[in-house]
Design a protein around this ligand. Structure first.
Ligand code: ATP
Length: 208
């Protein structure tokens, strides 16, 4: 049975933090492949055109043969939900054990996701610690255990492990903010992504 990771996100834009998370997932489990899935119409967020985000993902991941970009969410209308993505990908990749790759900030919202309890049980969870509220690694583990407990109280089980990565303070919002302020984003995103953002004048006048 092959082991495949799904890394869903808005990727508006993709940055080095995302790439480090995906690479760590590949080697830590280890996985055969990571499928990057940009949200077509993410709940709770507005983002630049799907085509731009998909293109930047392809540029950033093309050197790694274990990375694939899937545009599966563009095939559905309405809001993009994880459960649909997982079911669509499962029909393309049979005989697969699935892993969902996620940052801690997103993982802690899992009990509130649309059909989150089902998604929780359909794959293993690889969680990247993230310094948002000043959490330490020990606190990250505590937060994951709380999510596990919340699900358990409703009779759902979940398998998870923390990814062993150094905390990376990069976020897409930081990149967008720097672009708006005409500051450099060099070394925060891959060079090809930086050039793409400049060429297409992305984020320069966007208000959040
Ligand atoms: P934004 O700043 O716009 O909220 P983001 O940087 O969180 O964006 P997303 O595309 O929303 O990027 O993230 C996709 C996934 O990657 C989420 O699960 C998020 O938690 C995770 N992630 C993003 N950046 C990091 C990081 N620096 N460290 C760990 N996980 C991250």
């Amino acid at each position: 049975m092959q082991r495949i990771g799904i890394f869903g996100g808005t990727f508006d834009p993709i940055h080095w933090g995302h790439l480090l998370v995906a690479q760590t997932a590949l080697s830590q489990v280890p996985l055969e492949k990571v499928i990057w899935v940009p949200s077509f119409n993410p709940p709770h967020k507005t983002a630049v055109l799907f085509e731009h985000r998909g293109e930047m993902l392809k540029l950033a991941t093309r050197e790694n043969p274990a990375f694939t970009v899937s545009l599966v969410e563009a095939k559905r209308s309405g809001t993009s939900y994880a459960i649909n993505t997982l079911m669509d990908l499962s029909s393309c990749y049979t005989n697969t054990h699935w892993y969902w790759i996620v940052g801690l900030d997103t993982f802690r919202t899992l009990p509130r996701w649309y059909r989150g309890h089902e998604v929780a049980q359909m794959c293993d969870w690889l969680i990247a610690p993230r310094l948002l509220g000043g959490e330490t690694i020990a606190q990250s583990e505590q937060i994951c255990k709380q999510v596990e407990q919340q699900l358990k109280e409703q009779s759902f089980t979940i398998d998870w492990q923390l990814l062993n990565i150094p905390l990376v303070g990069i976020s897409s919002s930081l990149i967008r903010k720097l672009c708006r302020e005409c500051q450099s984003i060099r070394y925060l995103v891959p060079e090809l992504v930086r050039s793409y953002i400049t060429t297409h004048s992305l984020y320069s006048g966007k208000s959040e």
